[in-house]
Structures are given as C-alpha cells and as structure tokens.
Design a protein. Structure first.
Ligand SMILES: Nc1ncnc2c1ncn2[C@@H]1O[C@H](COP(=O)(O)OP(=O)(O)OP(=O)(O)O)[C@@H](O)[C@H]1O
Ligand SMILES: [Mg+2]
Length: 605
C-alpha cells in the first residue's frame, strides 16, 4: 500500500500522513524548496474541470443512444448475448442497460437511474434515460457559454418545481374501480411492448392480479403498519411478493391465466396420497417432520442387547407422535418448509393426509395469506385456528413435464399466481417483464389516481410551460412565498431554464423519429398547439402524426411522469456538480484484461 506524506502549504494538512490504496495524479509544491510533492499516483486516469464535465455528458448521451430506439410503440428490440451464451430479447430500458458492461462512471450512474425508476415505478425506464441525457446535453451549451454549474443547477431546481406544478395542472383524476378505464391505461403501457399483440389478455391478467393483491393491502394488518413508514391510510401493493409469475414453456400465450390462489412447482411426497382434495384443511409448518438427530457427533452406549432396538423404537414413536399431534386438528394437507421422513409420510398416508415438503419460505407466506392459515414452527403449538380452510380445491396437475400443486380457487385469495405459457423460455421471460410493467402501471394508478396525456403530450406541455415561465421571469412559488429569490428566474438562469424546456421535447421527438415521421415539422406544429393551451395534443406513435390524446385515448400515470422528471433532473444536477473524475483502483491493464478507461470510451465514439 503506497504511503504518502502530504506537504501542502496549508497548515491544516502539513505533515499529515494520508493512507489510501491508490491515489492519482496530483501534486503541489513544497513552499520551502519549490520541489513538486506528489500526493496521488501519477496515473493518467484522471479528468478534471471542463474535460470531466464534457466526458460525463458524452457518456450519458452514449447510454441514451443505445436505448433511444426502444421508446414508444414502434420500438425496436435488442438482442443481448450474455457471457454464459444465453440471449436476452427485450425493449425494456432497464433490462437492456443492466446487461451492458460499461466502464465510464457517468454511464454507470445513468444505468443506476433506470434501475431506480424500475424499482420505484416499474415503467418509464427508457424515458428517464433519454430525458436525463437530453437535459445534460442541453446543459453543455450553457457550460460552453461559461455559465457556472451552480447557476445551471439552481435554474434546474426552479425548472423542476415549475414542471411539477404544470403536471399537477394538467393531470386529471381517474376512477380506479372503473375496469374499462383501468384497462385502457394498462393497454397504453403495454402497447409499447412485445406482448402488444396479446395486449387484451395481458391487461386483464395484470389488472386481475393487482386487484387480488390490492385487497390484501386495504386490510391494514399490524405487520404492514409496523413495516410501513407511511400513514396507515397509504395502501402498499406488494406485487413482487404476492403476485408470483410461474412460467411454463409450452402451449400458447393464450393459455396464460391468473390463478386465484397458489401454484407450486411441487408434487406430493408419496404416490399413494390423494392428488385431489375438495375443501382441504391445510396445515402450514416450518419445522422438519423427522427425528431430530444430535447436532454434532452423538455416542450412545448400550448395556443390554435389546436397548438398541428400543432406541430405534423411540425414534419411531417420536415421529409417530408428531404426526398424531398434527392429525388431531383434522387436516387433509400438510405443507412444510423442511423435510418429511419416509416414516412420517407412512403415518400421514394412514391418516389419509397428503403432504408436500421443502416449500419455499416465500411460497409458504403466500399460501398462508391465500388460504387463511398460520405458519406454525413447533408441532406442539398447532391449534385449530391455525388451520387454513379458505381454499376450495387442492389438486396436483401435470403441466408440460412437471407436477404442480394448485391450491385454488380461494375464497379471499389476497395473493395469486399468474401462469404464463408460451413458445420458448426467452419469449416467456420477455412476456414476464412486460407483465411486470403492466402490473406496476396498474399499481401506480391505484396508489396515485391521476392521469396525464401520453405520447409526449405532457412533456410538450411541460416544455411550453417552462418557456412561458422563463418569459414571465417567475416560477410557481414554493410554500406560498411569492416574489422571493427562489421564485424569480434571474437573467443568467434564463438560459439553463430554457434549456430544460427544450430538453423536454426529446420524448415527442424520439416518438416521431421512431415512427418514421418528420420530427421538425411535427414538433413545430405540436409546439404551436400547446402554446394555444391545447395541452392534450401529442404524437401518435404508430403514424408519427399529431393527435388529441382525449380522442386517441392514451393516458399514463402521473406518478410515473413525476418520478421520471425528478430522477432525470436530479441526475443532471449531480453530474454537473462533478468536476473531477479520479479512478481509485488502478486496473491491471498490462494483462490485457480490464475494461477500457473513460478516455478510450470517448475516443471510440
Ligand atoms: N400508441 C402510442 N402513441 C404514442 N406514444 C406512445 C404510445 N404508446 C406509448 N407511447 C409513449 O411512449 C413512451 C413510453 O415508451 P416505452 O414504454 O417504450 O418506454 P418507457 O415506459 O420509458 O420504458 P419501459 O417501458 O421500457 O420501462 C411514453 O412517453 C408514452 O407516452
Ligand atoms: Mg413503458
């Protein structure tokens, strides 16, 4: 580990020993002797000042260029080969970016944005990258005009506040119980996806699943209250946990369906047990149903010949007693997260009880929710009230090549399984991703029932609104303080403010370009419409022409758009604040391995 002594003229640091695995080029002069003192390693992996900013912006633009063609209904798919030889076929922004191996730190940062968007909203992962890159690109001209990044950032803050105000003004409320309206929204989101051919079916699947899971959330369970940081009135719809997608290659996509209950990739443990039970009484355990052996080496000493046999008998009796205790509550089906010994299976069979072993913890939780059972972790603690009776039928079916236990339909499921069928694994994976998007959209609308016009209409409305604010010289006051410094756009901030307005147009422009239209003509016309307060006009992504979204019927969740804006502006603000890129760990470049350095990436463009 290199050790350096910092001999800076600054008294504060003089004589301090700085220890770090690897420092990079930087030196200062010893005031006494005038000789340079090297503080960091003299490696070339460092960029500072304007060069670093330009490099970051170029990297961000490069990332956006990769997925620009994936926006909108006429989007292209990307085929990505992973190092293991598998292929990924998708047009989902996040799915593409997370597979790409990038070296530039700013590019990595951009990819993080898309991941955040995916986790937060599940949709808009392409838009956020395209928008962030566009905002950054437009800040380049501001930097070239020698406007300090701090001024640009302050203008961006004001622009974001104004933009959120515009979204609030344009947004319209939606009735989340109106299935037709909800289907329309989910359809809009799925229209840009591979599954758009089956969009009717997929929308229904997504909406059914979210409705089933949403029932669960309205119940303010003590558990959800304890874990939720929000007020108890905020519903949290945990699709990831309670709506499981089971993908089985084979059949056709039309065979996909939502199971109002649980489906497990498990068979019963003994062939003699019942494979079909009406109104089963279900017991859920998370303990092993076998004789518990000593944890470490166990020695037993016997003095009489019969003692060995007795010891064996005792083991058997323990298992038998365990099974008897369980069967006393009158059950038909026992599921445990651990193992079930052959002997226990034998006794269960005698009591005509079916069992399934080694169920995943997450599956067990979902079953508990769906059938109304409680998971018990000691057989002795099992009570009548722990038995689940909310399931009408349990059956084991052979689908494709495998056996599946299906517990459905349930009276009030609150958790569900979506069975996806399709021609191949790759296609099923893409259908799964699309379905997740659709479910996220439905969830977002239920959580925040406000809609904004799609097809670039809201982005154009924000762009035009920002331009008008720049002309006025004021933005929407925060917390009612009018006329204060935060609400006035100063002369020097006007440029960056307008740059955000211009950057917003990237979404309608890309939609027109992807549809093969004439971007300049359409955008000029669209801008004119918005200037005369027709804020629902946008681009028809199929034809590249202007349409009124009220007639076209493309509405999107406002929460997704708000999140896109916030994330994109935040990312731009952060990257602009960087004026030095220093690499902390030097790669072994001599060995020929390692990823290219930022400069190489720049040159390669
Ligand atoms: N039929 C359509 N006509 C015009 N624009 C559309 C249409 N369908 C969707 N859009 C627009 O396309 C954009 C969304 O595109 P897309 O779904 O490909 O990307 P994303 O939502 O940003 O990312 P992802 O879905 O990959 O997470 C939105 O701005 C939406 O308004
Ligand atoms: Mg989308």
């Amino acid at each position: 580990m290199p050790l350096c002594i910092y001999l800076a003229p600054d008294k504060k640091f003089r004589g301090r020993v700085l220890r770090r695995s690897n420092f990079h080029t930087s030196h200062c002069y010893d005031p006494m002797s005038g000789t340079p003192v090297f503080v960091m390693n003299t490696a070339p992996e460092r960029q500072s000042g304007r060069k670093a900013q330009i490099s970051n912006i170029t990297a961000a633009k490069t990332v956006a260029d990769v997925i620009r063609t994936c926006l909108g209904p006429k989007s292209m798919l990307k085929m990505i080969l992973d190092p293991m030889g598998g292929i990924l076929l998708t047009n989902d922004g996040n799915a593409i970016l997370r597979e790409i191996d990038v070296a530039h730190p700013a590019a990595k940062n951009m990819i993080e944005l898309s991941r955040t968007q995916d986790e937060e909203c599940g949709d808009g992962t392409t838009s956020v990258i395209v928008l962030a890159a566009s905002i950054l690109a437009s800040s380049l001209s501001q930097l070239e005009r020698d406007i300090h990044p701090v001024v640009i950032i302050s203008a961006y803050n004001k622009a974001l506040r104004e933009a959120l105000g515009i979204i609030d003004r344009v947004a319209i409320p939606v009735n989340v119980n109106d299935d037709e309206q909800m289907l329309g929204i989910v359809k809009g989101a799925l229209g840009t996806k591979f599954v758009s051919r089956w969009s009717e079916l997929m929308c229904k699947l997504a909406l059914d699943a979210v409705h089933i899971v949403a029932q669960n959330s309205q119940l303010t369970s003590p558990e959800s209250q304890a874990t939720s940081t929000f007020s108890s009135t905020t519903p949290t719809i945990d699709i990831k946990r309670y709506a499981r997608v089971e993908k089985i290659p084979g059949g056709s996509i039309e065979d996909s369906r939502v199971i109002r209950g649980i489906m497990l990739n498990k068979d019963i443990t003994h062939p003699g047990m019942r494979r079909r039970i009406q109104n089963p009484r279900i017991v859920l355990l998370d303990c092993p149903l076998e004789y518990k052996k000593g944890e470490s080496q166990t020695n037993m000493e016997f003095s009489k010949a019969g003692d060995w046999a007795r010891a064996q008998e005792v083991e058997e009796e323990v298992v038998k007693a365990m099974v008897e205790t369980i069967c006393q509550v009158g059950c038909d089906l026992v599921l445990t997260e651990k193992g079930i010994s052959d002997l226990a299976q034998h006794h269960f069979l005698k009591h005509n009880v079916s069992c399934i072993r080694r169920v995943r913890k997450s599956d067990n939780n979902r079953i508990a929710l769906a059938v109304g059972a409680t998971i018990v972790n000691r057989v002795e603690d099992l009570r009548e009230s722990d038995v689940g009776t909310g399931c009408e039928e349990m059956r084991v079916d052979k689908i494709g090549d495998e056996y599946f236990a299906i517990l459905a339909p349930c009276t009030s499921p609150r958790a569900c399984t979506i069975l996806l069928r399709g021609p191949s694994k790759d296609i099923l994976n893409e259908v799964d991703r699309n379905l997740q998007d659709a479910m996220s959209v439905a969830r977002n609308v239920i959580m925040d029932p406000r809609l904004v016009p799609g097809g670039g209409a809201i982005e154009m409305a924000v762009g035009v609104g920002l331009a008008q604010a720049a002309k006025r010289g004021t933005v929407k006051p925060s917390q009612g303080k009018e006329g204060t410094k935060e609400n006035i756009i100063t002369g020097v901030e006007t440029g960056p403010f307008l740059a955000v307005a211009e950057a917003m147009e990237v979404i309608p422009r890309t939609l027109v370009q992807n549809a093969g239209g004439n971007a300049i003509r359409v955008l000029t016309e669209l801008r004119a419409k918005h200037t005369s307060s027709m804020s629902t006009f946008g681009v028809n992504g199929d034809t590249g022409k202007i349409v009124d979204m009220k007639e076209y019927g493309l509405w999107e969740s406002a929460s997704v758009k708000v999140q896109i804006l916030k994330t994109a502006v935040e990312a731009a603000r952060m990257l602009l604040r960087v004026d030095d890129v220093v690499q902390a760990v030097r790669k072994e470049r001599e060995s020929g391995g390692g990823a290219p350095m930022p400069e190489e990436m720049m040159e390669a463009q």
